[in-house]
Design a protein around this ligand. Sequence first.
Ligand SMILES: Nc1ncnc2c1ncn2[C@@H]1O[C@H](COP(=O)(O)OP(=O)(O)OP(=O)(O)O)[C@@H](O)[C@H]1O
Ligand SMILES: [Mg+2]
Length: 171
Amino acid sequence: MKKISPDILLSKSPNDTIILGKIIAKNLKRGDLVALLGELGAGKTCLVKGIALGLGVPEDHLVVSPTFTIINEYNGKIPLFHFDLYRLDTISDMESIGYEDYFYGDGITCIEWADRIKEVLPDKYLKIEMEWKEENERIIKVSGENKYNNIANRIKEEYIKRFKKSEKEKI
Ligand SMILES: Nc1ncnc2c1ncn2[C@@H]1O[C@H](COP(=O)(O)OP(=O)(O)OP(=O)(O)O)[C@@H](O)[C@H]1O
Ligand SMILES: [Mg+2]
């Protein structure tokens, strides 16, 4: 695992992304919101899977992708609300779903394609930008404002440390 620059993480496999998801989960609290941005196949769902596993959701309870449902709820140590807005037609569908109960509820909310609901997205959230680099490599940016800035820094430090350690073990 190498660090390209302080603000960019590199994932070299789906498992690296799962590990990052688990680290993210460890650093989140009830009521926190994660916005996932990135094109098709960037690895957003893979990362949410890591977050779910990190929250203690059993692997066999996970839906691979909530493609047709918009929202899936998982019961981990903290409830996880997983939105996939790829097929969202209009913002009023968010109202019908009752998005406020999730966003401002007592669980953790993860939103794929969060840029589609700018109108109702809270102004502070953990921002995860994922970009396809090569077949198995993804560039991941983790950032946020206010308290999410601290959370983002802790996540990045832990992820980088995690891979430094395993590189040392190889020697
Ligand atoms: N380093 C990596 N991190 C995450 N996924 C990876 C990585 N390398 C390869 N992949 C593969 O890329 C695919 C990512 O799919 P995923 O469904 O997570 O993307 P997505 O961003 O949620 O796409 P969509 O917008 O279609 O929902 C998976 O098949 C996964 O195995
Ligand atoms: Mg997805």
